[in-house]
Write a protein of this length. Sequence first.
Length: 322
Amino acid sequence: LTADHVRIVEVGPRDGLQNEKKSISLETKLELISKLAKTGLTTIEAGSFVPAKWVPQMASTSEILQHLIKKPPHSDNQIAYNYLVPNIKGLEDLVKIMDAEGATAGSKGDPEFSTTTEISLFAAATEAFSKANTNCTIAESLERVRPIVALAKEKHIRVRGYVSVALGCPYEGPNVAPSKVADITATLLEMGADEVSVADTTGMGTAPRTLELLKALSAAGIANSDLALHFHDTYGQALVNTVVGLEHGVRIFDSSVGGLGGCPYSKGATGNVATEDLVHTLHSLGMHTGIDLEEMSRIGSWISDQLGRANDSRVGKATLAR
Ligand code: HMG
Ligand code: MG
């Protein structure tokens, strides 16, 4: 990444859809991913290998992976498809499918591969959220990371880590200790994660507390190049906090087309910051994303219609109204 280039991680097909009550067909999910693949995005979260009884909407992830291996959508650039795995079983399920299809993870940057397969694992910065989201303590969740990273490395699968509730917890409130977030982030990186996305799950983050958190991460020796920021926009602060992250030197941001989403274990949390809004803000600041804003806006409007929900992207609506 050059200083003025930002990589956007599109999490709509996973974070965006996982909380939708109405069942979404496999065809719609694949169509969403196929459309996103043509916007210039380079990383798309495509699903998660979690028990259907916990997150029913993600039950079709196996089929999505199979499809993306066999018939990846056309794209002018290489795309990394990412899958969430909460434990070793999730990764084993993924690897089983890849092995059955004779697929390799591919390696980013190698032009031989049009797509690569990556995973994300997750931990939380508070005990209460860890229990709710993963049914275990923070320490236990970090123990779960070891075998996941070991198998991923063996299979050449790139690993992303998440640290949830970094700027506020639905159970413990807004004042999550930055040092705790920094400790967990550092631990995930030491354990072999290739990048860690620090998540404001509840959208409680403010500009000053985002800055405080980023300073704590830097003070703990964490390089900006190893960091991503994942803002939910529940309080409308995601873009302000993005600018704080950008000024601090972070160059990877997560977002969701149409502002889709919410978290099943964070009551009242609305979607991720809309990709359209993020792209518009970044471009206005002279940053490059490689993303076609008009195309992204059309997708935000299309998927909102499909889901029968309002389009949560102001920029998307304004762009299409022009
Ligand atoms: P558990 O119930 O404690 O698991 O859940 P267990 O190990 O006791 O197993 C119970 C049953 O589930 C067993 O089956 C296992 O085989 C099965 P049974 O013997 O009863 O028939 N099982 C699985 N099945 C399919 N896939 C698996 C799997 N693992 C076990 N991977 C567990 C523990 C971690 C699995 C559960 O708590 C879980 O799935 N948590 C994830 C919940 C989730 O998906 N949350 C949303 C994603 S995270 C997020 O949105 C935050 C993020 O966006 C960042 C942010 O904004 O903060 C990333
Ligand atoms: Mg999230």
